[in-house]
Ligand binder design. Structure first.
Ligand code: TMP
Length: 207
């Protein structure tokens, strides 16, 4: 099973991934957590090009190419083998991020993103996706309070991030069977309970 978490900056993905992975481990599942852009050694190197430096350093098409170069490396070296070994793999972001950031907001067409996806990963997509929906100002405040030099996307301005939120909501409404919208303004434990219920239901249905 391949689960992904999506959301704007500071939406609480890592906290929820951590809690879900602990929950699954305590229920004796094998779990492996990865993130994108990144995960494998090569993809982490590409990540540095993407998340640091001037916001205009790359245009959306170049970003999409770099995201998919990183994604393919993480897929063949980490995700695919870990799934074959029987792990539930959880990824902090995946292909929906490219659809939203470089696609809907950046202007790369759906057809071109689908082509890149097919070339890099064939028909591999997440089984289940949680989109953590949060007020953009709150999320950016949280993200900007972190000490990090990975602020390239955070620096793209409020309007950019409002568009990201709108685009995620549209994507989720187009694929309601796979993408669950989670109200990320709720308490950490309420969100965790909501997520575990969906995952448990999925696991009962599919194992
Ligand atoms: P992170 O801060 O959640 O680790 O993600 C790094 C940034 O990269 C985040 O602002 C979203 C962006 N991103 C894309 O624009 N496209 C993608 O395909 C991915 C995976 C991330």
């Amino acid at each position: 099973m391949f689960i992904t978490f999506e959301g704007g900056e500071g939406s609480g993905k890592s906290t929820q991934i951590n809690l879900l992975s602990k929950f699954l481990l305590s229920n004796l599942y094998k779990v492996f957590v990865t993130r994108e852009p990144g995960g494998s050694v090569g993809a982490e190197t590409i990540r540095q090009l993407l998340v640091t430096g001037n916001p205009n350093r790359w245009d959306a098409h170049t970003e999409a190419l770099l995201m998919y170069a990183a994604r393919r490396d993480n897929f063949i070296r980490i995700i695919k083998p870990k799934l074959s070994e029987g792990n539930i793999v959880i990824s902090d972001r995946f292909s929906d991020s490219t659809k939203v950031y470089q696609g809907y907001v950046g202007g790369v067409s759906d057809a071109n993103i689908d082509l890149l996806h097919k070339f890099s990963l064939d028909d591999f997509y997440p089984d289940l996706t949680f989109y953590l929906d949060l007020d953009v100002t709150k999320g950016l405040e949280r993200a900007n309070s972190r000490k990090s030099n990975e602020k390239r996307f955070e620096s793209k301005g409020l309007e950019f991030h409002e568009n990201i939120r709108k685009s995620y909501l549209k994507l989720a409404s187009d694929e309601p069977l796979r993408i669950y919208i989670i109200d990320a303004s709720k308490s950490i434990s309420k969100i965790h309970n909501e997520i575990t219920k969906v995952v448990e239901k999925f696991l009962t249905k599919n194992t």
